[in-house]
Design a protein. Structure first.
Length: 160
């Protein structure tokens, strides 16, 4: 049962913050790749773009003229892959939010120690070219606290 604050966080999660655009379904993930505005320190992490480029460059891979794959029966996981690597610069797969409060640090390389820091980051990059589907700019500090309370409610109860 959710507390009143967690219910308010859920409403924000679904409506104003639009977190469900990427975090939906029973696992709270759409399984897609998104750019969330992380700035790399040192060599830029290309995310999904790097993997797509490697697939495209493989001389004997699925997309090669030398491939033995039957385009109708083989490579179901690659057949409809968008191979425009530039569209996926800095994109990473949306993680599940199940038990998220128990799994710090956060983001693909552990850039943030707390969920609150993640939400603050999303608020700071919302509406910029750094993040492709982030709508958190108008969230207040109190809204972030409510969303964090909701996210904490996604933790499984231990069996007794």
């Amino acid at each position: 049962m959710l507390t009143p604050t967690q219910k308010q966080g859920l409403r924000l999660f679904i409506n104003q913050a639009r977190c469900v655009n990427c975090h939906n379904g029973p696992l709270f993930t759409n399984g897609a790749f998104h750019s969330v505005g992380l700035v790399s320190v040192g060599a830029a992490d290309q995310g999904r773009a790097d993997a797509i480029q490697r697939l495209s460059d493989n001389e004997f891979g699925y997309f090669s003229r030398w491939s033995d794959a039957d385009s109708l029966t083989d490579g179901a996981h690659l057949r409809f892959l968008d191979t425009r690597a530039n569209r996926f610069q800095g994109s990473f797969k949306t993680p599940s939010l199940r038990n998220v409060a128990t799994r710090p640090p956060y983001m693909h390389a552990g850039q943030f120690e707390t969920l609150h820091a993640v939400l603050a980051h999303y608020r700071s990059v919302s509406g910029t070219i750094l993040a492709d589907e982030n709508f958190h700019a108008e969230l207040t500090e109190q809204d972030a606290i409510k969303i964090e309370a909701f996210l904490s409610a996604l933790t499984a109860l231990e069996a007794k």
